[in-house]
Ligand binder design. Sequence first.
Ligand code: ATR
Length: 268
Amino acid sequence: MRRVGVVGHPVAHSRSPQIFGHWFDRYGIVARYDIIPVPPEEADAFFADLPADLAGVNVTVPHKETAARHVATEGAGARLGVVNTLWRDGAIVRGTSSDGTGFLASLDAGAPQWRDGTGPALIVGAGGAAIAVADALVAAGREVVLANRTFARAAEVAAKVGARAVPMADIAAALAEASLLVNTTSLGMVGSPPLALDLAPLPSAAVVTDIVYNPLQTPLLAVAAAKGHATVDGLGMLLHQATVGFEKWFGLLPEVDAALRAKVAATL
Ligand code: ATR
């Protein structure tokens, strides 16, 4: 039986076994998706010599950079030096980061009109998720503007991916020209305060999306929807990023169907 899984620390709460289990059932694939906790001090050795019984793995915090140092990186993985999906190519282990791919696929599924937008994409935040999202949008040919509580971090990410950083104090002007607004901070998540943004300047055709998926409708998305914006919740990114590994390991691009969304949403 082919074995795949997710490597992280902590990793017990990963939803990936449920996501992959859904696709195993749907496509009749006989395989196992395991949770594989690897403490930081063992990560180098683990990725330097991926256990032979693993066909591939997903990688999550805090190992995305460590794993990237030990595999042949491609695409966003090579550009950013982080990987979350590893697969075998003969004797070689290759890796990429599927977060940006998943983000774009989720937007395409939820609000395809985002591609018609001509104004910049405005990203709030400057952590790992912001880098993946900004990189994917730049790679898709979009102008990207970053705003973050700590301006220096936004400037650093902007320089890395070929975007522009603006001070939070100037966010109203950035909103006024944006065609896409993305929250990549943890604000709005259960237990965190909402992202307090005045959306008044945002053009009505702009699409608003959040990478937070618990709750599905964050306060930001609720305000945006009430104002008439098309909105896309964060669950799609989580589900779509998983399709990349599935395709590498099992040779078929799985569908993010309503049943999968409902199953995972029920666990929130
Ligand atoms: P990840 O790598 O998962 O994206 P992270 O590196 O911790 O997580 O980034 C969290 C993001 O949320 C950062 O942009 C952070 O802003 P700072 O760079 O100023 O820390 C942002 N963030 C978290 N809590 C915030 C808050 N209360 N107000 C504003 N921004 C916040």
